[in-house]
Design a protein around this ligand. Structure first.
Ligand code: NAG
Length: 182
């Protein structure tokens, strides 16, 4: 019995690392981030301090700048997904970019190849707030877009299938905001 108390603390400590809070698990299962992702729009910044913040839809239309804290160098893939479209399988792919460079000093994620170009938040009027969610993965050295993936088809995107078929492993970082169409 004497080990019960310290052992029971370990899972709690591990859970505390699973950020951002209230991660939308209908995008990707909860994971332990290697870095915190900051999403910067001209008028708003979303970080772990305000994950999921509700913002005016007109102020989150321009493609945001992303950065990792701590900075990670290397090559990354990025998805931005709206998982709240009905029916539930109809996830919308708002952005898919490959070959993004992580700056080892500033943490800024720059450049990259927009396979599915950024498309700002937008949902049917009357819908509850949707969770617009960024997910960053390390890009494997031998990365190829999986067979069957159509970058021109934003509807019913299945991230889990993509991740499995491309051998991506767990996300490095993620972030999200919420907004509605007035
Ligand atoms: C993310 O930021 C939080 C503070 O908001 C910090 O406790 C945590 O260690 C950071 N995560 C990583 C992976 O650096």
């Amino acid at each position: 019995m004497k080990f019960l108390f310290p052992l029971s603390l370990i899972p709690l400590a591990a859970l505390a690392q699973v950020l951002p809070v209230s991660w939308p698990t209908n995008v990707a299962p909860a994971f332990t981030p290697l870095a915190n992702l900051t999403v910067t729009f001209p008028k708003h910044t979303i970080s772990n301090a305000n994950s999921g913040v509700f913002l005016p839809i007109t102020e989150v239309q321009a493609e945001p700048t992303l950065s990792l804290d701590p900075p990670l160098s290397g090559t990354f893939l990025l998805f931005m997904i709206d998982p709240d479209v009905q029916p539930a399988w109809a996830n919308i792919l708002h952005a898919f970019k490959t070959d993004i460079t992580g700056d080892a000093t500033t943490g800024v994620l720059s450049g990259g190849n927009p396979r599915t170009p950024w498309f700002g938040p937008g949902a049917p009027k009357g819908d509850p707030p949707h969770h617009y969610t960024w997910v960053v993965y390390r890009q494997p050295a031998n990365f190829r877009v999986p067979n069957g993936f159509n970058a021109g088809n934003r509807i019913a995107f299945k991230l889990a299938d993509f991740v499995r078929n491309a051998g991506l492993g767990a996300p490095v970082a993620g972030q999200y905001l919420t907004t509605v169409t007035p």
